[in-house]
Design a protein around this ligand. Structure first.
Ligand code: DLL
Length: 433
């Protein structure tokens, strides 16, 4: 099923026309109502009259996370604050949070985007959706909640945490879909296995997973352990929240609702637009937002775009799985390493859980690369000699994927802290030196 066939299956040229018209409107709106945008456009020598089609987007300056921090909290609003009906924020790692304000129309557009996702996941009003993303300033909980209500599904606002109760409600209320981070889904799967509750009494069939990078291997792991089909949902606070992108049943990339959020891929160094298929930094322009429209917002997410029509019938552009953010990338001894690469290796090794923690440091002018990996109970031994072969196997598997050798530390069952939201998988101690 398709929620909004007109928009999701629109012929390319017609879509570009709408995108162009919407771009003109949004550029005019920020130019007239938001001082920082007006100033920046004037500096770049561009006015709303220069925007005639979507191709003219290239003329516009970028916006970054730094701008949201610099104009915190209301400086980038394009409407009076009284028009804002809801706010969300993303914490970030340092300094002030990023605060985003939404008008009533923005909330409706976001719910529409969410409804497209949930419909693509095969859900409808007969489903029972357990929302186990955190509720609050984080967009995950309320975003998935609104999407679920919009398609008319029975919505359970669980929020994250209290794992025993999660399983109880999932079981007793017959949840058919679970919305949470992939790392929390894995934790719930483990907890279900340990609880001894009969799996055949659960009705779960679909997972709505996002908010952090996850790999194909992790998808298989969760699907097998929970007995469901797991779908990717993408989004970010600045643009709206969960629902900017979604997988259809063909799972051949994540469709982006490009009539609402226009994507570009740029070279992160030069800012030049890159052709389809070439990996770079994902940039979004919100085409309909009123409260805090963002023009050419640099997400720092790395991916590429796929423009061909999908077998599902949607023409909406797709993006490839996100390897990670430029900020998640660890540069160790000159080599780029993403935690998701380690995840994909560990999912293929039967003796270990895909639970790990990377610590990077600099000792005697050399980068150190340590990984704690959790061994399953049946394979774990305190005797180092017995673990030698397994250790070598993992070290070689990791080296063949990332190109450098880690120092591996095998740890016993349940040693690595489980995540209920976005997993923290690495600590770079060099940043604190
Ligand atoms: O994580 C919104 C969200 C909530 C999306 C629930 C999906 C489900 P932020 O906290 O602002 O918003 O973080 C946004 O998370 O730029 C990506 O780096 C990462 N991210 C989000 N979804 C995915 C995904 C929410 N499906 C940042 N795959 C984004 C990979 C993702 N990374």
């Amino acid at each position: 099923m398709i929620w909004n066939e007109k928009m999701e299956c629109m012929e390319k040229l017609a879509m570009r026309k709408i995108q162009g018209e919407r771009l003109q409107q949004v550029v005019k709106r920020v130019y007239e109502n938001c001082e920082p945008y007006r100033k920046r456009m004037q500096e770049a020598g561009v006015t709303p009259d220069d925007i005639k089609s979507i191709d003219d987007i290239k003329k516009l300056p970028f916006t970054s996370k730094k701008d949201l921090r610099d104009y915190y909290p209301w400086g980038l609003l394009s409407v009076p604050q009284s028009e804002i009906v809801k706010i969300h924020a993303s914490s970030g790692t340092t300094g002030k949070p990023i605060v985003v304000g939404y008008t009533k129309n923005d909330c409706d557009a976001w719910a529409e985007a969410g409804a497209r996702c949930f419909t693509a996941f095969g859900l409808n009003k007969n489903d029972v959706v357990q929302v186990s993303y955190g509720y609050g300033l984080f967009t995950g909980g309320l975003g998935a909640h609104d999407a679920s209500m919009t398609i008319g599904a029975t919505t359970i606002p669980m929020s994250a945490g209290n794992t025993e109760k999660q399983l109880l409600m999932m079981h007793d209320l017959g949840a058919t879909a679970l919305a949470c981070t992939p790392s929390y889904a894995l934790y719930l799967a483990e907890s279900l296995e340990k609880s001894g509750m009969p799996r055949n009494e659960f009705k779960l069939k679909a997972g709505i997973f996002g908010a952090e990078p996850w790999t194909e291997e992790m998808r298989k792991e969760i699907e097998t352990r929970l007995g469901i089909k797991a779908y990717d949902i993408y989004g970010l606070t600045e643009i709206s929240g969960p629902g900017v992108g979604f997988e259809c049943s063909f799972q051949n990339g994540t469709h982006l609702s490009e009539d609402l959020f226009y994507p570009e891929i740029i070279d992160p160094e030069t800012g030049e637009q890159l052709p389809d298929g070439v990996e770079g930094e994902l940039v979004f322009t919100t085409l309909t937002k009123e409260g805090m429209p963002l023009i050419r917002f640099r997400t720092r997410d790395l991916t590429h775009l796929i423009r061909e029509k999908c077998e599902c019938g949607r023409t909406l552009v797709r993006m490839a799985r996100i390897l990670g953010r430029t900020d998640d990338m660890l540069i160790i001894r000159g080599v780029n390493v993403f935690p998701s690469q380690i995840e994909s290796v560990l999912c293929n090794i039967a003796e270990v859980e895909p639970q790990f923690f990377i610590t990077v440091d600099r000792v005697n002018n050399t980068d150190t690369f340590d990984i704690d990996v959790e061994v399953k109970k049946a394979y774990f031994s305190e005797d180092e000699n017995q673990m030698g072969a397994l250790k070598n196997k993992i070290v070689h598997a990791i080296q063949s994927v990332v190109g450098i050798q880690p120092k591996l530390n095998l740890v016993g069952p349940d040693s690595i802290q489980r995540s209920q939201g976005k997993a923290k998988r690495a600590l770079d101690k060099r940043k604190f030196k």
